[in-house]
Design a protein around this ligand. Structure first.
Ligand code: SF4
Length: 459
């Protein structure tokens, strides 16, 4: 057994060393958890011979991530079967599917980046209907006409930035944008205006992960005593070096008025093996900051992002339980997405899987009014219906809040607390007195969901 000032580590039978906060004979060993070790990545032809040790190695995951469109096309050539089903019961060819992806990427606001972990969880025998494929790989055939009220910065974050990279909207909370890079790029990203590489349709407003850009943000927070709550996001804090994550955490904890820090990362969802990799220090840094905060009486948490139960593999479960064993608080923020999770059964299964792995289901968001991804947005009536059927099926403290992040920067409101909702026009109106006084904020359902809608646009 190795020991260090903050954590004790135990070598286990999994071929990996995992971090355990403390051990005693009275604790149930995690090895007894009923998780199957199906080597799901071997379904992908090019990874048929990849061993568990290789697959769980963070460096291998990064080296084999798809970083651009051409590597995605090569991957699809070698992975997608020659014939695949369409939603209408007919079939199409691999070549037609790839042509559909190529045309889709020409109009997408987000660039391509995907980890082997997430690629391995896609059902490639039916990619048209797969809920993970829908989130990351656009298809021209699936595009829907944009609502005229859509924007790339739909939450008006740039307008609420007193310092570049810092969004101050709520009285006591700021958003600290540490980087604009992520391990994967989601099609529906709310920060399409800044996150990832530029695309054919969007030039990005980037945030580089450099101390000189963070200094003015630290100064602003220290000079604004009403700010007690910091969300460190991006991009994804998973893409910070461990030393950078530690530096940001330590600097923020030194500021007297800071009481709560949340690190936002999709890493647990899209590359969970990093948490388990004994050669990588990102989760050590997170655990150290969490422990340092606890010693100071301040809370530090990880906020992650799962949208569908298919994203949770046995590797995910082990990584989540490892964080739990190390006393790291983990909460999840789901985005409600058409054809992915906008049905009661899927949402219930997702929430239960998260809860059973000690990931607190915190928010389910109505999709933001971002340009270029209307096929994934849902009408408000969906979130209200799902909320009413989920509530009561699991403990209240594991029931997420179903919210709309109001366009124009009104902050989050419970979806069911609209002032008015006209289902014929799809317009709902909200007020957020605690954030923006009596200003009315309108959310607009996607055009395709309105009664009598007919498509007028071709791409
Ligand atoms: S991980 Fe988060 S910040 Fe990055 S692309 Fe996805 S939604 Fe956007």
């Amino acid at each position: 057994m190795l020991s260090c000032p903050l954590t004790k580590r135990v070598s286990l039978q999994w071929g990996l060393r995992r971090r355990l906060h403390s051990t005693s004979s009275s604790q149930a060993p995690l090895e007894s958890l009923p998780v199957a070790q199906f080597e799901y990545w071997r379904k992908v032809p090019s990874w048929r011979d990849i061993t568990e040790t290789q697959f769980l190695d963070y460096k291998w995951q990064m080296k084999n991530s798809l970083q651009n469109a051409s590597s995605l096309f090569a991957f699809l050539e070698s992975t997608v079967p020659s014939t695949i089903p369409l939603a209408n019961g007919q079939a199409t060819t691999r070549e037609d599917f790839i042509a559909d992806v190529k045309a889709g990427l020409q109009h997408a606001p987000m660039a391509t980046r995907l980890t082997p972990h997430i690629l391995s969880l896609i059902g490639w025998n039916d990619p048209y209907s797969d809920p993970i494929r829908r989130q990351f790989i656009p298809l021209a055939s699936g595009f829907q006409q944009d609502h005229p009220r859509l924007q790339l910065d739909s939450l008006s974050e740039s307008r609420d930035s007193p310092v570049k990279g810092l969004v101050h909207r709520y009285p006591d909370k700021v958003l600290f944008l540490a980087t604009s890079v992520c391990p994967v790029y989601c099609r529906f990203c709310t920060r399409s205006y800044s996150v990832g590489m530029k695309t054919e349709t969007v030039t990005k407003k980037r945030f580089l992960p450099l101390r000189k850009y963070w200094e003015p943000m630290f100064d602003y927070i220290a000079q604004t005593p009403t700010v007690t709550d910091i969300v460190v996001s991006g991009g994804d804090t998973f893409y910070l070096e461990p030393a950078q994550l530690r530096e940001i955490g330590q600097e923020l904890l030194k500021i007297r008025n800071v009481r709560r820090i949340r690190f936002a990362s999709k890493g647990l969802s899209v590359c969970p093996s990093r948490i388990l990799d004994p050669n990588d220090r990102w989760s050590d840094a997170l655990i150290e900051i969490s422990e340092l905060g606890r010693k100071q009486g301040k809370s530090v948490a990880l906020h992650t992002h799962f949208n569908h139960p298919q994203e949770i593999s046995w590797v995910t479960e082990r990584a989540a339980q490892t964080l739990f064993q190390n006393a790291v608080t983990v909460r999840n923020q789901t985005v409600l997405l058409n054809g992915v999770n906008n049905d009661v059964d899927t949402m219930k299964r997702l929430i239960r899987r998260l809860a059973d792995n000690n990931i607190q289901p915190y928010y389910v968001y109505q999709g933001d009014m971002v340009q270029g991804v209307e096929d994934l947005r849902t009408p408000l009536r969906d979130i209200i219906h799902i909320e009413s059927h989920v509530r009561g099926t699991i403990a209240g403290f594991m029931t997420p809040s179903f919210v709309v992040d109001l366009p124009g920067g009104g902050g989050k409101r419970l979806a069911a607390t609209f002032e008015s909702y006209d289902k014929n026009t799809g317009v709902s109106k909200f007020v957020a007195p605690g954030v923006k006084g009596n200003t009315v904020h309108e959310y607009h359902d996607p055009l395709w969901s309105l009664p009598g809608y007919t498509e007028t646009r071709q791409i």
